[in-house]
Design a protein around this ligand. Sequence first.
Ligand SMILES: Cc1ncc(C[n+]2csc(CCOP(=O)(O)OP(=O)(O)O)c2C)c(N)n1
Length: 314
Amino acid sequence: MVAYRPLLRDREFGGAVRRAVVFGHPTLSREVPALLTRDDVEVIVVAPVGEEVYDPSRSARVVASIDGVDADPRERDARAWVGRWVSASRALLAEAERSADHVAPDVEAGRSHSPEQRLAFARAELAAVRAPVTRRMLVEALWRFTWPHDRLVLGASRLIRELDAVAPGKNIRVHANRGLAGIDGTIGTAIGIALAARRAEQGAVGTTRVLLGDLAMLHDVGSLLFGEGERRPAVQVVVGNDGGGTIFDALEVAGTAPPEAMRRVLTTPQHVDLPALAEAYGWDYRRALTRGELDQALSAPPRGPSILEVPLPR
Ligand SMILES: Cc1ncc(C[n+]2csc(CCOP(=O)(O)OP(=O)(O)O)c2C)c(N)n1
């Protein structure tokens, strides 16, 4: 397991020449290999572990340590370098705001003297609160409600891709299991992180949340069992439940395989009763069907182990 951080430094924003300096092995993110295989990106891999060099472009320069990376003269001006990061980050935030799955409320209309305008405002607000949760809405809400003292664990389900595509920079700690992006052990990982954080900070500071799909959750159902006398940390398991493995819908095979074979072999639909499962293992359970319910469930962090089920459309 590694802390998931941005692994790349981009030498020049907006210019033609770009350089990516790679540490470690980024597995789950599609954006990283996509960037590294671009023709206009020079890739430098620093201190690969063992035989493995993460080099999807098959053209990387490998150096033993960061000292081996020759600095661009322009980077020596630290303020200018940081300035480029800040403006790139602002541009991303503005873009995220534009593409967000919500529009800012028309506050002026709510204060209007016109009853029609106030009514329209109230209707729009009610519609926003009652809107069914989408994947985009779920990951945006989770990002918004996670603070620097919290921890976020991401499972290898479809939702990590959704978050990866829209999350702007934020000072929060995000974890994901390494290896071959397995869907196994995600809840156990989150419980371990929650317990370790408690010990490190000498008290229950913040919340540990894990975001995963229904199959990833069911794969690690045994981790819901706390041994006798074991501590039960504040951990919120957020399950985007679309009734099977829909990450495979985006695979090429989905376009050619007979639907029934696809369903049986890849989607593997499930209909497990999650409230009953939570009760059986002594976990709190909540379900969020709408934006309002989701915001409520995420803004009132649990004191112990709890499952938040978010039904999602296929
Ligand atoms: C241990 C393990 N077994 C199988 C897989 C293959 N696999 C990748 S994603 C996935 C399904 C994920 O389904 P779910 O967690 O419900 O998320 P969704 O894609 O529906 O969001 C499977 C079986 C894997 N990555 N790891």
